[in-house]
Design a protein around this ligand. Structure first.
Ligand code: BGC
Length: 511
């Protein structure tokens, strides 16, 4: 069978329970998701608010008014406007590399605190902006915040969480991203009627940032980070506190061993390029790339703009963004309940097919109405059908590539390549989030309705890729992932025999 494999491993189980302490860490992680999601959701609404455009992007506004009877596809195509949207992600990409060093040398807490602080400065600069420069500098600060936070929190979480709830915690992070997006859409909806509403929308990002700064100061450092920085006694006490038991010797010893092994690796970046890590390198690079090539952020950033273009009124456009934001949250629950039961592959495959069908329907509908010259509009009934298909597309993403795009890369890497794998995942994700944000409006202007077929074609490619190359990782302990690769038809040749116990190899050799 192409991708699936039945894996038998002898998993380890450490003693311990889900303590209140661990739940507090979930809460802080959740706030990181809120920050990221708030950013993703707030911009599209703000850039469709008239007073905002008039103040900062008068040429775009003028272009919009002048163009009202001509080509709808190119109305908003303005490089400065897209730079405003996407500058944040470029800043986040750069910051994630600095964050990797801060996290390693000084611990996870300082990175989280810095993330919150950068975000706070960014939100204030944006809320009080008097010119475009202030806006863009503010967004760069927001980006630093997102980069620092997205880099340190998943590591903090996976180090604090007991293995049995690691998957759920991971999707909890995505859940908070979607709540952040929905919250932002609702705030935009409320503020859009007011002259200075955009200031409120942008400035309110300061609230979760303050909570985050305070929250990170109250948290404790992870045992792994304490061991990494030579504080062994404190690390053991911390592990006992986190797990709620004194019997942590086995886990503690494994952490010390893993830390020693990881410290022997001279260059983690070079290490992950070794042949035996080819599957991890491939998935840590391609999963975030494909996640962005689903085209989801066209909806997340530009839903209000897109709906305005398609002839929904200003209010209706923001309302539609609220609807798609709500669907995004609800559908994420589906993956929380299904991911450990039915597995990752089935969600990826079903989600891919559903997204493809929706993209074809939306592309055809827009093509039939607006043709090549971009002139036309939808009547109420047609607009509703279009909205339904856009919601079905968002739902499919929300239970497949959304959460799995963060979960799978984080669960396939062993300790010695985890930091590098995670950094690659974040950086590739941010780079393509930036790229799509930057080129979407001009792609729409040039590819017209074909844009939906463009993303559809990518969805087809990634679905085939998953079908053939991604093995099922459900319920496989992270440290036993080598069995998965070793029994996969394609990846097995990359995994040396010494990566799994000899008994496993001889049982495979038997007919
Ligand atoms: C993606 C974001 C996207 C969001 C939508 C995340 O997993 O990384 O780019 O906007 O999901 O919910």
């Amino acid at each position: 069978m192409a991708g699936g494999a039945h894996i038998e491993t002898g998993g380890r189980h450490y003693e311990g329970e889900v303590t209140a302490f661990v739940l507090i860490t979930c809460f802080v992680a959740a706030m990181g998701g809120l920050l990221f999601g708030y950013d993703l959701g707030i911009t599209g609404g703000v850039t469709s608010m008239e007073p905002f455009l008039v103040k900062f992007f008068p040429t775009v506004y003028k272009q919009m008014l002048d163009d009202s009877s001509t080509n709808q596809y190119c109305k908003f195509d303005n490089q400065l406007l897209t730079l405003f949207t996407s500058s944040l992600y470029l800043a986040a990409l750069i910051a994630s590399f600095f964050a990797a060093t801060t996290t390693r040398l000084f611990g996870r807490k300082p990175s989280m605190f810095l993330g919150g602080l950068f975000f706070l400065i960014g939100a204030l600069l944006n809320g009080f902006a008097i010119n475009v420069e202030m806006l863009i500098i503010g967004r760069i600060f927001l980006g630093f915040g997102v980069g620092y936070y997205n880099q340190s929190v998943p590591i903090y979480l996976s180090e604090m969480a007991p293995a049995k709830i690691r998957g759920a915690l991971n999707i909890g992070f995505q859940m908070m991203i979607t709540l952040g997006i929905l919250g932002a859409n609702l705030i935009n909806y409320a503020t859009s009627r007011h002259k200075n509403g955009w200031r409120v929308s942008l400035g309110l990002g300061a609230v979760p940032a303050i909570l985050l700064c305070v929250g990170s100061l109250c948290l404790e450092e992870t045992p792994n980070s304490l061991i990494e920085r030579g504080q062994h006694v404190k690390a053991k006490t911390m592990l006992q506190k986190v797990r709620g038991t004194n019997n942590v010797d086995e886990e503690y010893q494994d952490l010390v061993d893993a830390s020693e092994a990881a410290s022997k690796v001279e260059n983690p970046w070079k290490n992950i390029t070794r042949r035996r890590y080819r599957p991890q390198l491939t998935f840590c690079s391609l999963i975030p790339f494909f996640q962005q090539l689903t085209g989801i952020n066209v909806i997340m950033f530009y839903a209000p703009v897109l709906f305005t273009i398609l002839g929904f009124g200003n209010d209706a456009s923001l309302m539609s963004a609220v609807i798609t934001g709500g669907v995004n949250v609800l559908a994420t629950f589906v993956s929380v309940f299904c991911v450990d039961k039915f597995g990752r592959r089935i969600l990826f495959l079903e989600g891919g097919i559903q997204m493809l069908v929706c993209q074809i329907v939306v592309g055809v509908m827009i093509g039939l109405k607006f043709g090549l010259n971009g002139q036309g509009s939808f009547n109420k009934g047609e607009a509703d059908i279009l909205l339904v298909f856009i919601c079905l597309y968002v739902a499919a993403f929300a239970w497949s590539w959304g959460p799995l795009g963060w979960l799978v890369p984080s669960e396939i890497c062993s300790l010695e390549i985890r930091a590098a794998g995670q950094a690659i995942n974040v950086a590739v994700n941010m780079f393509f989030t930036f790229g799509i944000g930057q080129i979407f409006l001009s792609l729409l202007c040039h590819l017209k309705f074909g844009l939906f077929f463009f993303f559809g074609a990518w969805v087809l490619v990634m679905t085939i890729f998953i079908a053939f190359l991604l093995p099922e990782t459900k319920n496989v302990p992270v440290e036993e992932m080598n069995y998965v690769w070793k029994s996969h038809w394609f990846w097995n040749k990359y995994i040396p025999d010494d990566a799994v116990p000899p008994a496993y190899n001889s049982s495979k050799a038997a007919p």
